[in-house]
Design a protein around this ligand. Sequence first.
Ligand code: COA
Length: 408
Amino acid sequence: MNPGIESISMYIPRYGLDLHDLARARNVDYAKYHQGIGQEYMAVPAPDEDVVTLGTNAARQALQNVDRSEIRTVIFATESGVDQSKAAAIYAHKLLGLPANCRTVEMKQACCSSTSALHFGLSTVAMHPEQKVLIIAADIARYGLGSAGEPTQGGGAVAMVLSADAKILRIDPHVGYYTEDVMDFWRPNYRDEALVDGKYSIKVYLNALENAWKHYKDDSGAGFADFAHFCYHLPFSRMGLKAHLHLARHENAGLGAKELQAQVEPSLAYNRRIGNAYTASLYMGLLSLLETGPKNLTGKRVGLFSYGSGCMGAFFGGKVIEGYRQHLHTRLHQDLLDNRQNLTLAEYEDFYNHVLPATGETYRTDRHRTGSFRLAGIENHQRLYEPVPSMRIMAADAAEARVAAPAV
Ligand code: COA
């Protein structure tokens, strides 16, 4: 048995903000965002997108070459849920046309529930090797206009199909865990924006890394030198580098700065251009490594650290499988990253401030550029989702290309 990731894809909003524009508007030196925090661009979801549409768009792609009747479990990991009771997984399950004999749940623990979803999913696969599990991780990071966290906002989704016949990454059984009750980042039910003590969060992140790593080492017998590359949860891309240097120092890894940087740098490229996507961030880092890193990673071992504020950390590893490149959706992801509409600062603030009526009255959302699914509105307190005909997506892209075409 080869339990692990059979298929993986991401989806990001079709709009974004260049951080040059944010730096100008907030009177901040762009070098702080670019070098200090490591961000260039922020994904901004449109008013007719939420975690259900982001996640379902990612899943549609991840399921492209998978027999949907084999999916028996859907786990939706998010901390930007749309309902206190009904799982986002059920909306996704319907939109994706998955079989009715399916278990569908939502999971929460800040940015790391996606990793618990992955491990719960792998336990299912170990027990029932004929079944496949769909994991959807989707989030929208909101810290507030003008807040210190603003340049680290973002959003998007990653979907993965887990099976006993992994085609991309075989996941090892050992996991190192660490849990501690701390208040570094949280979002009470009455708030749309997170409360965060950023500096404290960096400290507890590094402490959770150190302790989860120690547990992992004790449990698995593996060490730093067993991994060719590392992926970390990325609230902002510099955090990945900080974490890796911290771990290397702690382990006396004996590698120079250039070698250490090469171990983590390829996993940071997507985050720089997307921002934080909470539960999806670590797996966007994994995609970034597989799609923008060294051409042949076959047989290489990758170490992954998942962190969720509050806090829980998990360290685990996996081995890249021969032929993995042909199962990636690299072209699609590059297209998503390269063909986004730049918002002006005023448009970004309008999108950010858009709220659905809390009274549940009938409301139709304006149509924006989206993927194949969008939030059409609300009726009787019920969210209405609809597929977007592909002709309409293509027309929106063509109109965008005409606007962007240089005048002759
Ligand atoms: N040029 C280059 N670098 C600069 C700079 C400039 N002009 N000005 C500042 N910097 C550097 C700082 O030295 C610092 O680097 P360091 O961390 O290596 O010391 C970095 O930029 C950030 O500056 P800082 O003053 O710490 O920024 P801040 O008070 O605005 O906070 C965050 C930055 C990341 C803490 C904040 O954006 C935040 O809280 N984000 C949310 C994080 C989060 O989500 N955490 C929870 C989940 S893990």
